[in-house]
Design a protein around this ligand. Structure first.
Ligand code: NAD
Length: 239
């Protein structure tokens, strides 16, 4: 239980986006230095793109996966771990990120609504298998042995994110909704603040800039994630 901006808080939902990993050196979606700058996301992160040019899509995700061992969680990921460990109530962490930095910081429960870079989904047996190295259209599924059936286990534009039922339940039941480093442009995650508000939650946005949905939040704290997330967690744990 904590006291925040005039109310008691028992259940928290934390939504993270690419901005929490930016200071670790993982490019965000739209930043000028991003991995995406050479690619139109609609030409690479859709089921149609995969059908049209699977090799390009495999190469793109293999390159992003290969960069993960070279980056480390930052103070914002660690602050979220601290909140999960030390807050007396419930903290549900849902991320749009496909990197593994929350887990490497020490978060035990991470709801990866957009999947994970370090996994492959078999279109033959529907199983997800952890994958730390490259794979492509010739790789056999480790679970069922079928060749040519693996695709990145990431949710592409036009696909339904994972765990939506559980996320809805958590949003409907939370007292505090915190959005960290997300642009508010990608739905359904961009709609979570509206759902939390409908259910009576207090809402806080932590972002270095104004997002597409900033105006909906009760509170906005502008700044780099490493600073503003750490400060908010301190405040919640002290209250
Ligand atoms: P986005 O790139 O659209 O937005 C990033 C947001 O983070 C922006 O609002 C920006 O102002 C903010 N930001 C950037 N650096 C910040 C910092 N240091 N501190 C605080 N805020 C900062 O990303 P999104 O909203 O997560 O949505 C885009 C989609 O792209 C998601 O579906 C996600 O799966 C995918 N994606 C994931 C990763 C990753 O796994 N790390 C990286 C890029 C894109």
């Amino acid at each position: 239980m904590a006291h925040f901006e005039g109310r008691f808080i028992d259940r928290i939902v934390v939504l993270t986006g690419a901005g929490i990993s930016a200071e670790s050196g993982v490019p965000t979606f739209r930043d000028a230095d991003g991995l995406w700058e050479q690619h139109d996301p609609m030409q690479i992160a859709t089921p149609e793109a995969f059908m049209r040019d699977p090799d390009l899509v495999y190469r793109f995700y293999n390159a992003r996966r290969a960069r993960l061992p070279g980056v480390e969680p930052n103070a914002a990921h660690h602050a979220v771990v601290r909140l999960q460990r030390e807050f007396a109530g419930d903290v549900f962490l849902v991320t749009q990120n496909v990197d593994d930095l929350h887990e490497r910081a020490g978060s035990q429960q991470v709801c990866h609504m957009h999947g994970r870079l370090q996994a492959a989904l078999c279109t033959a047996c529907a199983r997800s298998t952890p994958m730390s190295g490259d794979y492509d259209g010739t790789t056999a599924c480790p679970a069922c042995g079928t060749s040519g059936s693996l695709r990145p286990d990431v949710v592409w534009f036009g696909e339904i994110p994972y765990y939506m039922d559980e996320i809805e339940t958590r949003l409907a039941d939370c007292d505090l909704f915190i959005a960290i480093g997300t642009s508010g442009l990608v739905y359904p995650a961009a709609g979570f603040v509206r759902r939390a508000l409908q259910c009576g939650a207090t809402t806080v946005e932590l972002n270095r800039e104004t997002s597409d949905v900033s105006g909906l939040f009760h509170h906005q704290r502008k700044g780099l994630a490493t600073a503003v997330v750490t400060a908010l967690v301190e405040e919640l744990l002290a209250a």
